[in-house]
Design a binder for this molecule. Structure first.
Ligand SMILES: *Cc1c(COP(=O)(O)O)cnc(C)c1O
Length: 397
């Protein structure tokens, strides 16, 4: 029973998530989630951009079943076939030459910081500063909190890891002002997810690449949320037509099984030599079996293309809706299937609560923006379901 679970949680679980939504899911299929009382929900948030294939996708389920029966974990002391094959997939489908696996987005970003720092260390150069952007989100570890440009995440953990600073997004002038001879890297999300789906300008992204080249600074793109087809390209940097020196990936990479990746150009990746970095669990046979199954499904079911075409439908429908509710919808921001609908502050929470009552799962960013990141295999009918629920919710507030 839900009440019993809530009581256990309150008694034994650290209260970092406060009052959660009052539901506990038992199983899922595609975009549907079934609560333990039998209620059916529609998961338009996809576990926050994680469940790229939806729930219980047969290819992922079978790959995991098969792998669990053979082998779950060995050690990084030995070669791992799935790990090598998943690295090959990432490299062959991006601008990177090498990959390294870990267990989460934050850990991937930590790996990227370490790689940027060691790259200059091995050149005998004293460059260690990392610049990131206001309103960014890079994770919850100490270094990634220092890179996350949101004061409320940083305040309790001061003094922060030194060497990080944040600047305003979409301003090359701000970058030029912030860069010093100690700057090692600039890390950005091309589309800021957690803050409510805020895309960078293409000119800015291209300018940043040029500026990094001119000043000998590494460009790191955090693709933890935007990667694996979410934006209608496999990676957002492909959408923007730029090549980062390092990019990180996690969330959708394992379709729900924890895995992250640091991907880098050959020259940069070469800075990691034996003993310089490591992991116990990262890229183990089970996690990389999941990654391979997700990758194969994305390829064989043309899910990047589907994200692009369904993303367009979403955008059209939402633009129609924003004409109808122009007094309530402030902005619609879409990048493939990463979608943000910014609402007037006084109604946003009400709309979110009504969507939940209608069994539609989304998230509310900054109390303003309804964010959705549905499975990449979403259909036009499922999009209509969301649109009519949102239409109703908007009419009710
Ligand atoms: C979710 C997220 C992270 C952190 O990932 P975890 O797996 O929670 O550590 C980092 N960067 C971005 C852009 C994210 O969306």
């Amino acid at each position: 029973m839900l009440e019993d679970i809530i009581a256990l949680d309150k008694k034994y679980y650290m209260n970092t998530f406060g009052e959660r939504l009052p539901v506990c899911f038992d199983r899922g299929e595609g975009i549907k989630l079934y609560a333990d009382n039998g209620d059916v929900y529609y998961d338009f948030l996809g576990g926050i951009a994680v469940n790229a294939l939806g729930h219980s996708h047969p290819r992922l389920v079978n790959a995991l079943k098969t792998q669990v029966e053979k082998l779950i974990h060995t050690s990084s002391l030995y070669y791992i076939e799935n790990q090598a094959r998943l690295a090959q997939k990432l490299v062959e489908n991006s601008c990177a030459d090498k990959a390294f696996f870990c267990n989460s987005g934050a850990e991937a970003n930590e790996g990227a910081f370490k790689l940027a720092k060691i790259y200059f260390y091995k050149k005998g150069m004293e460059k260690y500063e990392i610049i990131s952007l206001d309103h960014s989100f890079h994770g919850r570890t100490l270094a990634t909190v220092a890179a996350t440009g949101q004061p409320h995440y940083q305040a309790p953990y001061k003094p922060l890891t030194p060497g990080f600073k944040q600047i305003r997004p979409n301003s090359l002038e701000a970058v030029s002002e912030a860069v010093t001879d100690k700057t090692a890297a600039i890390m950005i999300e091309l589309i800021q997810g957690e803050s409510g789906v805020h895309p960078m300008d293409v000119e800015y992204a291209k300018g940043l690449r040029k500026l990094c080249d001119e000043k000998g600074i590494l460009l790191i793109i955090d693709e933890v949320q935007t990667g694996m087809g979410r934006t209608g390209k496999l990676f957002a940097h492909q959408l923007y037509g730029i090549e980062p020196d390092i990019f990180t990936c996690a969330k959708a990479l394992g379709g729900g099984v924890p895995i992250g990746a640091v991907c880098a150009k050959a020259e940069v990746a070469a800075a990691f030599e034996p003993g310089d970095h490591g992991t116990t669990f990262g890229g183990n046979p089970l996690a990389t079996a999941a990654g391979l199954a997700v990758f194969e499904a994305i390829e064989e079911e043309h899910l990047v293309e589907n994200a692009r075409s369904m993303g367009r439908i979403f955008e059209e429908r939402l633009n129609e809706l924003s004409k109808k509710h122009r007094d309530k919808i402030v902005d619609v921001r879409c990048a493939g299937l990463l979608v943000g609908v910014e609402l007037k502050p006084e109604i946003a929470k009400g709309v979110f609560d009504r969507l939940f009552k209608k069994k539609i799962l989304a998230s509310l960013c900054k109390g303003l923006t309804i964010r959705i990141a549905p499975p990449l295999n979403i259909t036009a009918d499922e999009i209509d379901l969301f649109i009519s629920a949102l239409d109703e919710a908007l009419s009710e507030v």
